[in-house]
Design a protein around this ligand. Sequence first.
Ligand SMILES: Cc1cc2nc3c(=O)[nH]c(=O)nc-3n(C[C@H](O)[C@H](O)[C@H](O)COP(=O)(O)O)c2cc1C
Length: 334
Amino acid sequence: MPSFGNVLVDPPLVLAPMAGITDHVYRLMLRRIGGVGLVTMEFISSEAISRGNARQMRKMVFSDEERPLSIQIYGSDAARMAAAADIVEELGPDVCDINMGCPANKVLKGCSGAALMGDLPLARDIVRKVKRRLTIPLTVKFRLGLDTARINFLDLGRMCEDEGVAAVAMHARTARQMYTGRADRDRIAELKTSLSIPVVGNGDVDSPADALEMFRQTGCDAVMIGRATMKNPWIFRQASDLLAGREAREATLEERRDLMLGHFRAIEAMAFEPKEAMHKLRTMTGWYTHGLPNGRALRVRISGLETPQDFRNAVSEFFEGLATVDAELIAVGA
Ligand SMILES: Cc1cc2nc3c(=O)[nH]c(=O)nc-3n(C[C@H](O)[C@H](O)[C@H](O)COP(=O)(O)O)c2cc1C
């Protein structure tokens, strides 16, 4: 099993940071399902936290049950990033990660995220200054480069290794690509053979079997999964079963229902504004009903609902309906 510094990542499966998604409730839900070796927070602005922004500080709430946990920070000013590292260190997560891969314009304009790949001296300065403030391991997440003409992940990876970074994660697309095309896994294999620190492979893993395929194709030390966890929150448990040579089991209807209702309750309890709770509930229902028989009917119904209680009723009734259909099918021997 890989270790990032002194942090063992077991199983070698990592939850990708996703802004607006991988909040406290989401991370806890995946932890409780099991099979994930390290969870990552959504990215945190070093500018905002070093100025004491309450909303960003609230995002950094986590509980021991989530460990090992990584907090990801981003920014373009080395002094502010160092100040943010002090705050992270004080909060006591297991790992601190620097974002050098975010392609969003808002972040690029401030020369942070993937834009740092276009300025390696600045990237080095940030890594060095942040590292100096930390006792916990530092990791860096990046892409292939800014665009196909400026692919420089090997230089960036080597710089990270020189500066004492504990592990790197690579989403194998350029920043220009955003999420189009396919992640180029050969590049992850190249990075792995060029570095001696652990390399985490990321991009387009869409099933438990594909996670194993990522290991096989790239030789990476751990696999990071993002979007696929929304449609299948059991993906880590299933992939870890496959890694251990066990069969991967599909979630039952009861498990799906309990997960949705449990997640909804947790969102309600954590949300500071009802609007925020409703927004999250709508998004989650979209994901969780994916692949369910007649899931579209539930999505349509939910789009018109006003309160979290209405949500819960709709979900309970939907699953009761599915159970009846199941029983009827069994009765007729279908
Ligand atoms: C909604 C969303 C938000 C994301 N936010 C972040 C982020 O805050 N920090 C980061 O490094 N990457 C972020 N990413 C990129 C993911 O961490 C990951 O690299 C990317 O989705 C590719 O992995 P996947 O194909 O398994 O989803 C985000 C991706 C999505 C879809």
